[in-house]
Write a protein that binds this ligand. Structure first.
Ligand code: S3P
Length: 471
């Protein structure tokens, strides 16, 4: 994988985004359109994808709340995570990157973050904005958070409504959108909250507010969502108990005011990034690819289950546990795929994978149905609408039936020839690029710059397997 130089500070350029003299991230300066043509040959080789985005955000935030110095190995150096690093610095944590690519965070200790002197700009990242809200609500200070045009469209009431119960106050734009002003409470009340939507971000915001609250914080989720917050809080010394409900949900109980102590964190490769390489290898005829060191947390691997149901030749080897999370290597070979019916309960374990699964379903034989995918409407773009447009513009028929997405497979003959609008959505851009590798006619993508939010080095990595992108 191509490595980039990440400045600890200084006016260097990182991806499509520049960093000013304080090392703070600036908005992407220009768009990067791309024309994608068919892969010239089968994809072959072994690659490692960048670190997990969810785990990387949490590692920076939790270590900033801990006492002592945490070392983070394999941190995702994508724009979203760099925003979190900037924000935690602005809140008083000391964060550096050494010459070996390891990150060092000297935390402030729980309740001891300092008031930021400027607006916190979370860029494109919903995870950064929502998780940080929980931390800011439970510290006795005033802060203002904003984001880019995509993030400023996304709903924040889903976190500010429960967090108001701590005694914090919020002032937001119409519809509860960013910019958001937060007057935190130094003595927050512990929350008892049942999630109305299956969202790990909302669960995490409530749990993080509970860290600085005396007593027990309780969150009930009707369907289990990714549990990186629970796992990593335990790793840093918090008491977190999890109980399954008879209905298949979970109840999480956190004891407030834990003594959080710095602990090293090893970040596995992101299964949501591996998804793009995996589907490319399944669809480009004759491909044989290994993706090493991929996180295999069962609450993240719904795509692997689904692709296997479609007939994917996908083996997991070298399974092991690293940094408290299961990891393994994915061996994938080009396969002829059949349509699939994805149950709604599986959505949380593959919520970010629907756009690339839609490309696989468009290439497959038969009619696929993705059930209960309403949450796609509030991602970096309205992903239900943008995924439909991606397919339709390239000759794949679709239908939205209530909250279900139906895709009419082309039996390996996606016409292509469309121009795709990515709406500041990294996963749409990557999905469009994989569709272009297997379509009959070239595909135009309006902007690939946002891929840097989650997958720096995306095009060089796929080109090392033989994809032949002109990027
Ligand atoms: C994430 C949770 C998911 C996911 C996002 C990362 C997290 O969002 O889409 O990319 O790290 O907690 P929701 O909680 O809104 O489903």
């Amino acid at each position: 994988m191509q490595k980039r130089q990440i400045p600890a500070s200084g006016g260097l350029t990182y991806g499509g985004t520049s960093r000013n003299e304080m090392g703070m991230t600036q908005a992407p300066s220009s768009s990067r359109p791309l024309r994608v043509t068919r892969a010239p040959a089968p994809l072959a080789g072994t690659v490692a994808v960048p670190g997990d985005k969810s785990i990387s955000h949490r590692a920076l935030m939790f270590s900033a709340l801990a006492e002592g110095e945490t070392r983070i190995i394999g941190l995702l150096e994508g724009e979203d995570v760099l925003r979190t690093a900037d924000a935690m610095r602005a809140l008083g944590a000391h964060i550096t990157r050494d010459e070996n690519g390891r990150w060092h965070v000297r935390g402030r200790g729980l309740g001891a973050l300092t008031e930021p002197s400027d607006v916190l700009d979370m860029g494109n990242s919903g995870t950064a904005a929502r998780l940080l809200s929980g931390i800011l609500a439970s510290h006795g200070m005033m802060s203002v958070m904003t984001g880019d045009a995509s993030l400023r469209r996304r709903p924040m009431k889903r976190v500010t409504d429960p967090l108001a119960g701590t005694g914090a106050t919020f002032l937001a734009r119409e519809g509860g959108r960013l910019p958001l002003a937060i007057q935190g409470n130094a003595t927050p009340a512990p929350l008892d909250y049942r999630l109305p939507v299956a969202s790990a971000q909302v669960k995490s915001a409530v749990l993080l507010a509970g860290l600085n609250a005396a007593g027990e914080t309780r969150v009930e989720e009707p369907v289990p969502t990714r549990d990186h917050t629970e796992n990593m809080l335990r790793h840093f010394g918090a008491q977190v108990a999890v109980e399954e409900t008879p209905e298949g949900g979970r109840i999480i109980r956190l004891q407030g005011k834990p003594h959080l102590i710095a602990r090293d964190v090893t970040v596995p490769g992101d299964p949501s990034s591996a998804a793009f390489v995996l589907v490319a290898a399944l669809l480009v005829a004759g491909s044989d690819v290994v993706i090493s060191n991929v996180g295999l947390n069962p609450l993240r691997t719904g795509l692997f289950t689904t692709l296997r149901e479609m007939g994917a030749r996908l083996d997991i080897t070298n399974e092991r546990t690293e940094g408290g999370e299961p990891v393994g290597d994915l061996h994938v070979q080009a396969s002829s795929l059949q349509a699939v019916d994805v149950p709604a309960e599986r959505a949380p374990s593959m919520i970010d994978e629907y756009p690339i699964l839609a490309v696989a379903a468009g290439f497959a034989t038969g009619i696929s149905r993705f059930r209960g995918v309403e949450e796609l409407r509030v991602k970096e773009s309205d992903r239900l609408a943008s995924t439909v447009a991606l397919l339709e513009k390239n000759g794949v028929r679709t239908k939205v039936d209530g909250d279900d997405l139906i895709i009419y497979g082309t039996q390996g003959a996606i016409p292509g020839g469309g121009t795709v609008e990515t709406h500041m959505d990294h996963r749409l851009a990557m999905s469009a690029s994989i569709l272009g590798l297997v379509a009959e006619n070239p595909v135009e993508i309006d902007d690939t710059a946002f891929i840097d939010t989650s997958f720096p080095g995306y095009f060089p990595l796929l080109n090392s397997l033989g994809a032949g992108f002109a990027a």
